[in-house]
Design a protein around this ligand. Structure first.
Ligand code: SF4
Ligand code: SF4
Length: 701
């Protein structure tokens, strides 16, 4: 018997499906019309990387497996759903899919598909059960029990159950020569047929068939307004992902006369930002990873993205479903009105905008590649440049950067104070250039000291340790001295693009005079900005972090650390070094080269590191909401039981030093925080390879 004979009103099924598909497409077209009103975004660069991302993150879903249980659950639902769609497609095309797949290999392809479909159907039901159990019973903090989420899970379970049942009733009632291939439906069908009369089997088949068709059609109509839309948008979100270096904030043209500075409303966002909103699965991984949220602050990256989606959907209100039809003037407002609503205090509270340390943990955690940080900095840009609304304590740092070229407000003449008392000269580029401006280019490297090492007393000792290593290795180097200014990283992340560009332009001009072969810096923020962001303004350099440089010197045998007393260290990964720039092995290799040092890893390390609390300009802000981020990171460091904490960032060093000093119960007493260059320099022989005396660096701080 054919489907037409088995199912009353069967031809209605394809018609219903076609109508539901049309409604789905019309709603999607309405989303696209909103996207068209957003800012343009170029997504044609680096096509290979984009296509790779699509397969890695969207098809293989590699990030989901960082959390194995939920990862397997999601994979089962996703792949089960995809494969079961083949059966649905067959039913609504009058058996066309079956005929097509059965034709090439004498029906074998279709037969082989049956056990796969059956088993995946069971896997989907199990996965939905697990998902419901987690949401209703386990209730992890990051998951919200929403009506939408429950509806979607029940719809998925419903469609799969009805499909399996329909198959079982069909086989049990009408038989099928290939029934044995339906490894789940066949035994169920046989069992049902042994207890039910033929008419009940036929009715069960009809009911299950129409049940599955009804749910599929409802699903199609419901999907464009659900968080489950990510099954469609995640592929495009991966394809159109940000392919620039993670640490590169979007360029900004301050000369553009008509432009809005930064992001104020939804229509200041790029269409890719709106796509981010429609792709959010509400999984809460970003919320779990966020140090601000973990320490009780109002910032929640998940609710920000959900809020942006709600604002976008709100902007669609009043927009007709059918394109080219004018919106009704009443009731309500005109189409797209909501696009002009301010985002701050709607999708994200004002305080939360300033709680962000721009650590990128949210972006790293997000399985569908949503970019939170660029949006938050976009909001800060608007608040700073257009509204002059920012925490009062930032005024001092911003003014100091603008007037003195550093957030400490120190005069440029003090930039070389850290060199005082060293037993060797630290040459400046200007001195080296006495032999001709190109002479600096002949040097092995230009050491970019950075403001922290130049003006903060604790970090001056790091600069001394680093040049001690350079001197010991006989490296020919120079510093810029008074000619160096802040790279502008803090200004940019505070939202003050004007000060950033002013500082960056001056530095690019200075560096252009000397054309250094390689720039080395101990500051991950300088490293990121010089290497990843100066290119936007025409500055292209080879920039190396000091951990990489020192690791190479050790590897080449130019530095030979001696034995030192045995002690354990835990290494704290700086966000801008590990997460943003993937430098994780080099600092560990430097520490590993020092005899007697035992390395103990914290649970959150590498790209999964936990911020020290100083990024995003927060070094210069009060932390009066929630608990302190550096206290939480210090707690994690102390949990390892290590004798000391090693860092490779001047800001992390200060934050962890303070965290250790304030650790409850004096637990941080006797546990020092040191830069990796200090650990290395302390273990060097007393005389450098060039025979000169080296300063004594204390092994413990
Ligand atoms: S960048 Fe860090 S602090 Fe900011 S929202 Fe993301 S995880 Fe939270
Ligand atoms: S933004 Fe990403 S990580 Fe955060 S809830 Fe949405 S999908 Fe999950």
């Amino acid at each position: 018997m054919t489907l037409l004979e088995q199912i009353p009103l069967y031809p209605l099924a394809p018609l219903l499906f076609a109508a539901a598909t049309a409604l789905f497409l019309l709603q999607m077209a309405r989303h696209l019309r909103i996207f068209a009103a957003a800012q343009p975004v170029v997504v044609t660069d680096q096509p290979e990387s984009r296509v790779r991302s699509m397969f890695v993150y969207s098809i293989a879903q590699v990030r989901m497996f960082r959390d194995l249980g939920p990862g397997l659950m999601h994979a089962a639902i996703f792949w089960g759903f995809v494969v079961l769609t083949i059966g649905t497609a067959d039913r609504v095309t009058f058996g066309l899919v079956h005929a097509t797949l059965a034709w090439p290999f004498d029906g074998w392809l279709w037969r082989l598909l049956q056990p796969v479909q059956n088993l995946l159907g069971v896997a989907v039901l199990g996965a939905v059960g697990y998902a419901l159990f987690r949401r209703v019973v386990v209730r992890p903090r990051r998951l919200t029990l929403s009506r939408d989420g429950l509806t979607i899970l029940l719809l998925i379970a419903g469609v799969v159950a009805f499909e399996l049942l329909a198959e079982a009733f069909r086989i049990g009632r009408f038989g099928d020569p290939d029934a044995a291939w339906s490894v789940v439906a066949n035994p169920i069908g046989m069992a049902l047929a042994s207890v039910l009369p033929a008419w009940a089997m036929a009715a069960g088949y009809v009911f299950s068939f129409w049940g599955s068709i009804a749910i599929v059609c409802f699903f199609l109509v419901y999907l464009p307004r659900s968080k489950h839309l990510h099954i469609v948008t995640a592929v495009f979100n991966a394809l159109f992902r940000k392919v620039q270096p993670r640490g590169e904030l979007p360029a900004m043209d301050l000369e553009a006369e008509t432009a809005r500075f930064g992001v104020k409303t939804i229509d200041d966002l790029g269409w890719k930002d709106l796509l981010d909103g429609f792709t959010c699965t509400e999984c809460g991984r970003c919320q779990d990873a966020c140090p601000a949220w973990a320490t009780g602050k109002p910032l929640n990256p998940k609710t920000m993205i959900m809020g942006l989606r709600e604002m976008t959907v709100d902007a669609e209100k009043g927009m007709p479903l059918i394109p080219f039809i004018k919106p009704a003037s009443a009731p309500g407002r005109a189409a797209g009105d909501g696009l002009g609503q301010p985002i701050v205090d709607a999708a994200i509270p004002y305080d939360a905008v300033w709680d962000c340390v721009t650590c990128g943990a949210c972006v790293e955690a997000c399985p569908v590649l949503i970019e939170h940080v660029d949006k938050i900095v976009g909001l800060r840009r608007n608040l700073v440049l257009e509204e002059s609304r920012f925490p009062a304590e930032l005024t001092g740092a911003m003014t100091a950067m603008e007037r003195y070229g550093n957030p400490w407000g120190q005069p440029a003449t003090a930039r070389l104070d850290w060199t005082k008392g060293l037993p060797f000269e630290v040459p400046t580029a200007a001195q080296v250039a006495g032999a001709g401006p190109e002479a600096v280019g002949e040097l092995e490297c230009l050491y970019w000291v950075g403001c922290a090492a130049a003006f903060d007393d604790r970090n001056k000792r790091v600069a001394r340790a680093f040049v001690t290593c350079l001197d010991a290795a006989g490296v020919s180097y120079a510093v810029l001295g008074q000619e160096e200014s802040c790279t502008g990283d803090p200004a940019r992340r505070m939202g003050n693009e004007y000060v950033f560009q002013m500082l960056a332009t001056a530095n690019i001009e200075t560096l252009g005079r000397y054309k250094p072969k390689t720039i080395v810096t101990a500051c991950p923020h300088c490293f990121n900005t010089l290497g990843n962001e100066y290119g936007q303004l025409g500055g292209h350099y080879e920039v190396v972090h000091h951990s990489t440089y020192l690791s190479r010197l050790v590897e080449e045998g130019r530095l030979r650390p001696d034995a030192q007393e045995g002690r354990s260290l835990t290494y704290h990964d700086s966000c801008y070094l590990s997460r943003y720039n993937s430098v994780m092995a080099d600092p560990r290799s430097v520490l590993g080269a020092v005899p007697g040092v035992e390395l103990r890893e914290m649970e959150k390390s590498g790209k999964g590191t936990f911020c020290c609390g100083a990024g995003g300009g927060r070094m210069w802000m009060e932390e009066d909401r929630g608990t302190r981020i550096n206290a939480e990171r210090t707690r994690q460091a102390l949990e390892t039981g290590a004798d000391g904490v090693a860092t490779a960032c001047p800001f992390c060093l200060v934050m962890l030093r303070d965290g250790l000093a304030d650790a409850p119960g004096g637990r941080g007493e006797g546990v020092g925080a040191q830069d990796i260059s200090e650990v290395l320099a302390a273990s060097l022989p007393a005389r450098g390879s060039n025979g000169r005396d080296l300063p004594v660096i204390q092994p413990r701080v």
